[in-house]
Design a protein around this ligand. Structure first.
Ligand SMILES: NC(=O)c1ccc[n+]([C@@H]2O[C@H](COP(=O)([O-])OP(=O)(O)OC[C@H]3O[C@@H](n4cnc5c(N)ncnc54)[C@H](O)[C@@H]3O)[C@@H](O)[C@H]2O)c1
Length: 309
C-alpha cells in the first residue's frame, strides 16, 4: 500500500478549462494534491483531447504543487472507478471530490433528439453519480477499516437552470436538478462514514456561457471567483455543512432551500375529490411565495440588495 502523502488529496473532474481549472489551481494553492481529470471534448461533449488537463497539471507542478492528469470519461462507470483508484494508488488517500465536468446540448423538449437527451444526462448526471459512487465506496471501506468516520467532502455542480428551470435546457435542467437531489440523498447516506456532500450552482464566464454574457460584464463573472467556495466546502473549516446547495458567482453566495414543503391542507372528511380540490389548490399555490424567489436570487448575484438589506 502507498504511504499516504502528507497533504489532502482531491479529484476535480472537467478541470482542463473553465471553472474546473480554477478549482484545481485554487486547491493546489491551498495545499491540496490534485488529480486533474478532463476528457477534453467540445462544449457539446463531442471529441477528446488531453492537452488542456496536461497544461493545468504543468501549471500546478511549476508552482511546487502535486498534480496528476486523468483523461477518464466521467460518464463511464468503470472509468470513473479507475479515476478514483488512480488518485488513491498514487497518493495513498482521497479527501475531496469536485464533480464539475459538464456539457450543454440545448434544445426545447419538442426539438430534443434522443442523442441530445442521453449525452446530457450521461455527462451531467451519471458523470456525477459514477465518481461519487466509487469515492463513497472507498470512503465507506476506509471508515470500516479504521472504525472511525473519514473526514472527506464532495462538491457537486448543479445549475440555476436545474434549480429554477431555464427555457431551452430541458435535458440539462433535468440532469442538474438530479445533481441537486443526488447531493441531498448522498449527504444523508454518507454522513455516518464522515463524508459531507454539498452542491454549487455557479455563474461564470466560460466557453459554455460566453455567448450569453454581455462583453462588459464578463470580467465580473471570472470563474476564479467561484473557486474559494469550493476550497471552503472541501476544507474542515466547513464544519458540519452538508446536504446544502449554494449559488455562487462574482461577489455573491446564495444559500438555496430546496424541496421544502410550504403549504398544506387536509380534506374535511378525510378524502379529497377533484371537485373539492378546485378552490383549494390555487390557494396553496398562492402561499408558495418564497422568501427569495429565483429571480431575486439571480438579481442578488448580479448586485441588487436583498429585501430588508
Ligand atoms: N459557466 C457557468 O456559468 C455555469 C453555470 C451553471 C453550471 N455550470 C456548470 O459548471 C461546470 C463547469 O462548466 P464550465 O462553464 O467551466 O464549462 P467548460 O466547458 O469550460 O468546462 C467543462 C469541462 O468538463 C469537461 N468534460 C466534459 N465532459 C466530460 C466527461 N465526460 N469526462 C470528463 N470531463 C468532461 C470538458 O472537457 C471541459 O473541460 C459544468 O458542470 C457546468 O454545467 C456552469
Amino acid at each position: 500500500m502507498t504511504t499516504p502523502i502528507d497533504k489532502p488529496v482531491a479529484i476535480v473532474t472537467g478541470a482542463g478549462r473553465g471553472l474546473g481549472r480554477e478549482h484545481a489551481l485554487a486547491l493546489a494553492h491551498a495545499g491540496w494534491a490534485v488529480l486533474v481529470n478532463d476528457l477534453g471534448g467540445a462544449g457539446d461533449g463531442t471529441g477528446s483531447d488531453p492537452t488542456a488537463a496536461e497544461q493545468v497539471v504543468a501549471e500546478i507542478v511549476a508552482m511546487g504543487g502535486s498534480a496528476l492528469v486523468d483523461g477518464s470519461d466521467v460518464s463511464n462507470w468503470a472509468a470513473a472507478g479507475e479515476m478514483i483508484e488512480r488518485a488513491v494508488s498514487a497518493w495513498g488517500r482521497l479527501d475531496g471530490l469536485v464533480n464539475n465536468a459538464g456539457i450543454l446540448r440545448d434544445r426545447t423538449i419538442a426539438n430534443m433528439t434522443e442523442e441530445d437527451w442521453d449525452l446530457s444526462i450521461a455527462v451531467n448526471l451519471k458523470g456525477t453519480a459514477a465518481p461519487l459512487h466509487h469515492a463513497a465506496s472507498y470512503w465507506r471501506r476506509r471508515s470500516k477499516e479504521t472504525g472511525e468516520p473519514v473526514k472527506a467532502s464532495v462538491v457537486n455542480t448543479s445549475s440555476a437552470s436545474g434549480l429554477y428551470s431555464a427555457f431551452g435546457q430541458s435535458n440539462y435542467a433535468a440532469a442538474k436538478a438530479g445533481v441537486a437531489s443526488l447531493t441531498l440523498v448522498a449527504a444523508r447516506e454518507l454522513a455516518r462514514s464522515g463524508v459531507r456532500v454539498n452542491a454549487i450552482a455557479p455563474v461564470a464566464t466560460t466557453r459554455l456561457t460566453e455567448s450569453v454574457m454581455p462583453e462588459a460584464s464578463r470580467a465580473r463573472w471570472d470563474p476564479s471567483l467561484v473557486s474559494p467556495m469550493v476550497v471552503y466546502l472541501l476544507s474542515d473549516a466547513a464544519g458540519d455543512i452538508s446536504g446544502r446547495v449554494f449559488e455562487v458567482g462574482g461577489d455573491g453566495v446564495v444559500a438555496v432551500d430546496m424541496h421544502r414543503p410550504i403549504a398544506g391542507m387536509r380534506a374535511a372528511d378525510g378524502k379529497w375529490t377533484a371537485k373539492r380540490l378546485e378552490p383549494v389548490v390555487p390557494g396553496l399555490v398562492d402561499q408558495l411565495a418564497p422568501q427569495m424567489d429565483s429571480a431575486s436570487a439571480s438579481q442578488f448575484l448580479r448586485g441588487a440588495p436583498l429585501e430588508g438589506e
